[in-house]
Structures are given as structure tokens and as C-alpha cells.
Design a protein around this ligand. Structure first.
Ligand code: SAM
Ligand code: SF4
Length: 377
């Protein structure tokens, strides 16, 4: 498989280039009984649990207003998510992220956070639209053991925020959510913004200013073909190169690299702000200066260093966001035969089948039926 690279960030940014994964010998994952390792030798450290496909927003790049949800009985219970996570941690997963749909809608969220944080992991994080994140909620999440929070905020203009999210929420509410999360000591607090041409590319500098003003990481995400309306078009993608160029004209940026080798984001600091030290760079913690991260899933795949595995709200194991194949673990979980060893074998086999890459830019690319809201971003 050969993945075309159509964009570069900058001539001196060689850290962007990731060679394609190379195949291992057949079935060699069986030689690693305590690891989740795919047929290209990539090791899984990062598990994302989508705990609901429901949401109170209908973001234009994600959910159609008449999106269809899975029947409630099909959704994994909190105990089922915990059973998977427990085994995954035994198999080397060190980072857990709760996502959705909107995970804050789930009544069992606190129990899940508490259960996950009792496992021996580096991180228990959440991605949320921020509309339910008041001071009391942020403290409850922290007390239950949450370490990090990422909030989504695509526009700082109220009318546009409404047009993008098609929700009853507001920019003010999400900004208050950011403040509440920081006040509670959740660290780092990050902001995700999906940039879609014709919607918000003219706010890139304002989003960069937000990163500077609040001294947080703002992650700019290329629009991916995972929307439920299947309205994605190549010309609506604002490339990472364009995003960085637009911001650099006002706030010159310097590449830092990736937080970790498997991180999807390439991170930049503001050239006029003081140099951060190595520890800050690696742990991705609070920086006192703000940073910009770009997630260039479309124009610059990071498949060869991918260390992620996803569980959908209805119990499908997805080794890749863009996969057309997924493995249904729900029957096993509900069969009465879900011994941890059986779950471990299931996860190992699913991971082994992870593809080399997604090839969004190839003419053969076909959008998966699953949407971001169903898979969990
Ligand atoms: N509802 C929560 C939220 O919005 O933060 C969590 C789930 S959402 C699916 C997770 C992330 O996926 C969000 O940051 C969202 O912006 C991003 N996302 C959704 N659809 C996307 C798309 N088509 N392309 C790129 N990112 C997308
Ligand atoms: Fe909901 Fe998040 Fe999708 Fe927006 S991006 S519709 S908030 S799941």
C-alpha cells in the first residue's frame, strides 16, 4: 500500500514524514501475549471508548439533523466498557479516552471515570463539547479520577457557533467550561477545532489568539470524511499547511514536533513566546504560553505511528477510524463466556487486522459507513 502525501508543512519540518508501516511475520502477535500488536509491528497504547452515539449538538461536519442512533440496548454498558478497558490495560494500554457522541450525556459517566482511573494507567481523558461542563461537574470529574479534558470549540462568534453546532449552547458556555476545567485542576485542558472551508477558516488567527490568551493548546483538525451526511468534499478541507500559513502571518510559529511519537498532532509554539523546557514538551502539560497543534489526518497521514484502538458505543472494535471492517465484541461480552482471556484474544486478533493506512487522498478512498459520532473521535 502506498499513501500519497499531498502537502508538506514547511521545508524544515522533516519530523512530519512517517514511513509506512512494514508487515511482520504472519500471526506474530501470538508471540506477544501481553501486548496489542498489529501485523505491521505497531503497538497499541491508546484506547478510545465511545460511550454513547447520542449528542445534544448536530455539528455540520459530524451529525446530520436526522442522524439515526443505535437502539439503546445495543449500546455497551459501563461495566462492559470497563471489562474491555481492564483487559486492554493488561495488554499494555496506558492512555484511555472517553468520547462519543457527547459523553457528558451518559448517566454512568462518573462510574466509568472512577473505574478507569482505578486501573494502572497514565491518563484518563475525555473529549466533550463542553456544554455540560460547569464548575461542579469539572470537580466531580476530577474527584472521580479524570486527568485531562479536551473541549471542542470551532468558532468564537456566537452566530457562527450556532450555525456550526446547531445547538442551544453558546460560545460563552464552552469558554466557561474551559475555565471550570482549569479551575478544577484538570491538566492540560485542550481545545479542538475542526476547520471547514466556508465555515470557519477565517477564524484561525482568532483561535490562535485564544491559545495565547488562555495559555492552552488549541488543536486544529482537518475536516475528515466521517460526517453522517456524507457531505465531505476534498475542497472543504483546509489543509494543515494553509492553517499554519494563515496563523504564521500574524503569529509566527516554530515547530516543536509531536508530544509523543504516536501523537496525531504536530505541535507549534509561538515564536515570540519564551522557550519551553523538554519536560513540558513531553508531558503536554500546561505551558504558560499557549501552543498550536495541527491534526492533518487528510493531507498528512500519521498511520505508520498510530497506536490507537477504538471501541464504538455499540461494541464494535475499530482498529482504524476509516476501516470498513470492524469486530463486534458485544456477543462475546454478553455470552456469559467473556473471560478476560477471551476478551484479550478478541482484541489481539482485531488489532492484528489493523490496516497499514487509510489513503484518503487516493481515488479509491471510500468513506466508511460509520460516522465520527458513532466511532468516537
Ligand atoms: N461530542 C464531543 C466533542 O464534540 O468534543 C466528543 C465526540 S466528537 C465526535 C470528538 C471530536 O471529533 C471532536 O473534537 C470533533 O470536533 C471531532 N470531529 C467530529 N467529526 C469530525 C470530522 N468529520 N472531521 C474531523 N473531526 C471531527
Ligand atoms: Fe456532537 Fe461532538 Fe459530533 Fe458535535 S462533534 S455533533 S458535539 S459528537
Amino acid at each position: 500500500v502506498s499513501l500519497p502525501v499531498v502537502e508538506t508543512f514547511s521545508p524544515n519540518d522533516a519530523s512530519q514524514s512517517t514511513p509506512l508501516a512494514q508487515p511482520l511475520a504472519p500471526r506474530s502477535h501470538r508471540q506477544h501475549p501481553t501486548r496489542l500488536i498489529d501485523s505491521f509491528g505497531r503497538v497499541i497504547h491508546d484506547l478510545r471508548l465511545s460511550i454513547t452515539d447520542r449528542c445534544n449538538f448536530r455539528c455540520v461536519y459530524c451529525m446530520d439533523p436526522d442522524v439515526k442512533f443505535a437502539p439503546k440496548d445495543d449500546l455497551l454498558t459501563i461495566d462492559e466498557h470497563l471489562a474491555i478497558a481492564r483487559v486492554a490495560v493488561r495488554l499494555g494500554v496506558t492512555k484511555l479516552r472517553i468520547t462519543g457522541g457527547e459523553p457528558a450525556l451518559h448517566p454512568g459517566l462518573l462510574d466509568l471515570i472512577a473505574g478507569l482511573s482505578s486501573l494502572n494507567v497514565q491518563d484518563v481523558a475525555i473529549t466533550t463539547n463542553g456544554s455540560f461542563l460547569d464548575a461542579a461537574t469539572a470537580r466531580q470529574w476530577r474527584d472521580a479520577g479524570l486527568t485531562r479534558v479536551t473541549l471542542s470549540l470551532d468558532s468564537l462568534r456566537q452566530d457562527r457557533f450556532k450555525a456550526i453546532t446547531r445547538s442551544g449552547s453558546s460560545v460563552t458556555e464552552v469558554l466557561a467550561g474551559i475555565a471550570a476545567a482549569r479551575e478544577a485542576g484538570l491538566d492540560p485542558v485542550r481545545v479542538n477545532a475542526v476547520i471547514v472551508r466556508g465555515f470557519n477558516e477565517d477564524e484561525l488567527v482568532d483561535l490562535a489568539r485564544l491559545a495565547r490568551d488562555l495559555a492552552i493548546d488549541v488543536r486544529l483538525i482537518e475536516y475528515m470524511p466521517l460526517d453522517s451526511a456524507h457531505a465531505w468534499e476534498r475542497n472543504k478541507v483546509v489543509t494543515a499547511t494553509e492553517m499554519l500559513e494563515r496563523i504564521s502571518r500574524v503569529f509566527p510559529l516554530e515547530p516543536i514536533g509531536r508530544d509523543t511519537t504516536s501523537s496525531p498532532a504536530t505541535v507549534f509554539r509561538f515564536a515570540d513566546r519564551q522557550t519551553i523546557n523538554e519536560t513540558e514538551r513531553i508531558d503536554g502539560g500546561a505551558h504558560g504560553e499557549g501552543r498550536i497543534g495541527v491534526i492533518a489526518s487528510v493531507t498528512r497521514s500519521f498511520c505508520s505511528t498510530c497506536s490507537r484502538l477504538r471501541i464504538t458505543a455499540d461494541g464494535k472494535v475499530r482498529p482504524c477510524l476509516f476501516a470498513h471492517h470492524e469486530w463486534d465484541i458485544r456477543p462475546l461480552l454478553r455470552s456469559g463466556a467473556s473471560h478476560p482471556d477471551a476478551i484479550a484474544r478478541f482484541l489481539q486478533d482485531a488489532v492484528y487486522a489493523k490496516s497499514a493506512g487509510h489513503a484518503i487522498d487516493s481515488p479509491e478512498f471510500r468513506q466508511p459507513d460509520r460516522t465520527m459520532s458513532a466511532i468516537g473521535g
